[in-house]
Design a protein around this ligand. Structure first.
Ligand code: BGC
Length: 761
């Protein structure tokens, strides 16, 4: 009745006098109804982007939000001011806010952001509270620079060490990857900045990433490649998801209704928005229909296609309305909509402290013979290796950060009170300065070539070994978007690096002195052939801008290392099942007439994931393959004892377990306890064990204990049976194994399931 009167009144008011429905004031439906078709299309396609080499139909002027307001941000959505819809700014990325550090409209002023440790380093901390804190620090910088959505976390599985973007991904294991990603999402969103969980899904390598078709069986998808995303969705509730570039089983992920609607929304209950990766996919109409609501960065061609598709009935306008609604739901949550103020002055000092702390927590001590580390105070060191003087703080491409500074190891050691051999730093500095201009040039979007390692000078090393107490050699590796790593001179040492380690080891051992190797790397490398040369090895990762200080914190013992490997370090590349068929095969070569950057990649390529679920330790532990360092491994300057394992439940529903961890050594430290479960064999082949839970102690003083609690849901004991289309936890005897690594099980107990349990996907 009342509604009827209102309607009658509305009809009598002239259109121009009626108030336009404003976002946030009027119901969403009314706002959507008030949009013109052109406005709707502009809301589902971003503001555009322009750079050299982009095909003409993809070039779009970068306007307003990015160019004038946040230069260097990755993209922006379109505003419709008449309905109160602001534009949102989206920026990379996983190691911190990636924007231009200077602006034409603010001469003399800088806009730096903190470079945090890379994803692999964060994951190696196994400390989700710490990752959440890093997420909040990144969000605070994003908010200071008026960014609404951060294009992170990135959590594709480390399927094979040569994956060019492994550095910004987390782990070979979906539980570690998913929990780390969820923590980062929560940290960002705690501070009102949206996250974008990327790249959904199966973007595990860079080779032909825009056209490759990854063929993966459904069990591997569910258990390995989608599982981490599922955890991140359920626990983190990200505002956005970014679909990936590749095809999955024949369909672009951004055009896959199965992936984006059936799995993501219907099965996992996801409520947020899906955007494409930049210029990802081909068919804008299929993307709209599949549930990829926002096309980024947005091109004129996409708008043209969508216009035509609505006009000739190929795209139902109701699909567009649904997608626009989801874009507006995102806008409603944003800082831009709330008109949150920004300072352009983030707390770079405070966040540098967080970055340094996070970096030290993710470092993994791989070897420490004869208590080589921590270094004795004021040790006189011979600091060797180019990487000791020119640190790699993170990867390149969208995972890079324009930071104010980077502390190399030589500097960090000096800050911590250690001395370097006189003149050695100057010799490295002049070598690097002389070589830098001689590097081969690479395309602007590719990682820059590195200066080759300074050649070995045996006489110099002999003298250093006499004068100094110990040698520290840094081995560095960079990688980034667009290219995968190589076996030679990357996964393996270069000849000069090997010669440097051999000669340094020989010279210092001849004097009864030791060699410490620091690995400043973004992903797994070959170690078995050279690790015997070193007395201690610290995996420092690419630790962000405070690198040198953070590494010195661990080398000096100011921080007791507590990171553990979230990846297996195999003996050789051929030991990874994914080596077979990597990176894939070309089905149709590059188009010789395409002069754009896309003209360099194959028009069609394919990779078959023959390794199925046998990724990482699931393969190495089940098939008993020797490894250099197992999954979950990491030493400490103290020791830990495990006792009082208690396991209850599991017959149906969750299993609860607790274990007491005691610091049995002489210095304070933290321990990561890992819970693996071996399931009874069934119709499906089962891994020998799978990580089902983990926890990290607080800093335990010598003699101090902590009881760690774990809960494993019934579904997390199950394997996905593709024929039945559901998860099945078989009946039979399960073994719960608590370990300090996947190959160092300290306590175990079994429990029985009398009946199998089934779970829908
Ligand atoms: C990357 C994304 C990134 C986007 C925007 C793409 O090349 O794959 O991870 O967020 O660019 O910069």
């Amino acid at each position: 009745m009342v509604a009827g009167i209102m309607m009658a009144l509305a009809l009598t008011v002239p259109a121009q006098a009626r108030e336009l429905p404003k976002l946030g004031q009027a119901p969403l439906q009314q706002v959507v109804a008030a949009l013109t078709l052109e406005e709707k299309i502009s809301l589902v396609t971003g503001q555009g982007m322009s750079f050299p080499g982009l095909p003409d139909d993809m070039q779009a002027p970068v306007v307003g939000a990015i160019e004038d307001h946040v230069p260097g941000a990755a993209g922006a959505t379109v505003a419709v001011p008449r309905l109160g819809i602001p534009s949102l700014v989206l920026a990379d990325g996983p190691a911190g806010v990636r924007i231009e550090p200077t602006r034409k409209n603010a001469p003399g002023k800088t806009f730096h952001a903190t470079a945090f440790p890379i994803g692999s380093a964060l994951a190696s901390s196994w400390d989700t509270a710490l990752v959440r804190e890093v997420g909040s620090a990144i969000a605070d910088e994003a908010a200071a620079y008026d960014v609404d959505v951060m294009l992170t976390p990135a959590l594709n599985i480390h399927r094979f060490p040569l994956g060019g973007r492994n550095f910004e991904y987390y782990s070979e294991d979906p539980l570690v990857a998913g929990e780390t990603a969820a923590a980062l999402v929560l940290g960002l969103q705690d501070r009102g900045v949206g996250a974008s969980v990327k790249h959904f899904a199966v973007n595990n390598h860079e080779w032909n990433r825009n056209t490759i078709n990854a063929r993966v069986d459904e069990r591997a998808l569910r258990e390995i490649y989608l599982k981490g995303f599922e955890i991140a969705m359920r626990k983190g509730q990200p505002w956005t998801v970014m679909s990936s570039y590749n095809k999955l089983n024949g369909t672009y992920t951004s055009e896959s209704t199965w992936l984006l609607t059936d799995v993501l929304r219907k099965q996992w209950g996801y409520q947020g928005l899906v955007m494409t990766d930049w210029f990802g996919g081909k068919d804008a109409v299929a993307q709209m229909e599949a549930g990829n609501e926002l096309l980024m960065p947005g091109t004129g061609n996409q708008r043209k296609l969508l216009r035509a598709a609505v006009a000739d009935g190929k795209l139902d306008e109701r699909v567009l309305d649904r997608n626009v609604t989801r874009v507006l739901e995102l806008v409603l949550r944003s800082r831009a909509f709330k008109q949150a103020p920004h300072s352009d002055a983030p707390d770079l000092r405070g966040n540098a402290i967080i970055s340094r702390h996070a970096a030290s927590q993710g470092m993994v001590l791989l070897k420490n013979d004869g208590a080589t580390l921590p270094l004795a105070a004021a040790s006189r060191l011979a600091v060797l290796g180019d990487g000791s003087y020119e640190v790699i703080t993170g990867g390149t491409g969208s995972g890079d950060v324009n930071k104010a500074y980077a502390i190399p190891l030589a500097q960090g050691l000096q800050n911590a009170g250690f001395s370097n051999a006189a003149g050695l730093g100057e010799r490295y500095a002049s070598y690097i300065a002389e070589q830098t201009p001689k590097r081969p040039t690479t395309a602007w979007y590719l990682p820059k070539a590195r200066v080759p390692e300074r050649a070995v000078d045996v006489a110099e090393l002999a003298q250093l070994a006499q004068q100094q107490d110990m040698a520290v050699v840094t081995i560095s590796r960079g990688s980034g978007e667009f290219v995968d790593r190589k076996p030679e001179n990357d996964f393996q040492l270069s000849d000069v690096e090997r010669a440097l380690l051999v000669a340094t080891s020989k010279a210092f051992h001849a004097q009864g002195k030791k060699l410490v190797v620091v690995l400043n790397i973004g992903g797994v490398m070959e170690m078995a052939s050279w690790r015997d040369l070193a007395d201690a090895i610290l995996l420092a990762w690419q630790p962000g801008q405070e690198a040198g200080n953070a590494i010195a914190d661990v080398l000096s013992g100011a921080v007791n290392p507590s990171g553990k490997l979230a990846d297996t370090f195999a003996i050789q590349l051929a030991d990874y099942p994914a080596n077979d068929g990597f990176p894939g095969k070309v089905l149709l070569g590059p188009d010789p007439n395409d002069k754009s950057i896309f003209g360099q990649i194959a028009r069609a390529a394919e990779v078959e994931y023959r390794d199925s679920i046998w990724v990482g330790y699931r393969h190495f532990d089940t098939r008993k393959v020797d490894v250099a360092y197992p999954f979950g491994f990491g030493l400490s300057y103290t020791d830990f004892g495990y006792s009082d394992l208690k396991v209850e439940g599991g017959e149906q529903g969750p299993v609860r377990a607790s274990v007491k961890v005691t610091n049995t050594g002489k210095v304070a430290g933290r321990e990561v306890a890992q819970v693996y479960v071996s399931a009874p064999s069934s119709l499906l082949p089962k891994p020998a064990q799978e990580l089902r839970a983990f926890a990290k102690t607080t800093l335990l003083q010598p003699g101090q204990s902590q009881v760690l609690q774990f809960q494993i849901e019934g579904k997390d004991l199950a394997s996905f049976n593709p024929e039945l289309g559901r998860w099945v936890a078989d009946k039979g005897r399960y073994s719960l194994r608590v370990g300090a690594s996947s190959r160092d099980i300290r306590a175990q107990q079994s429990f029985d399931k009398a009946e199998a349990s089934n779970y829908t996907p």
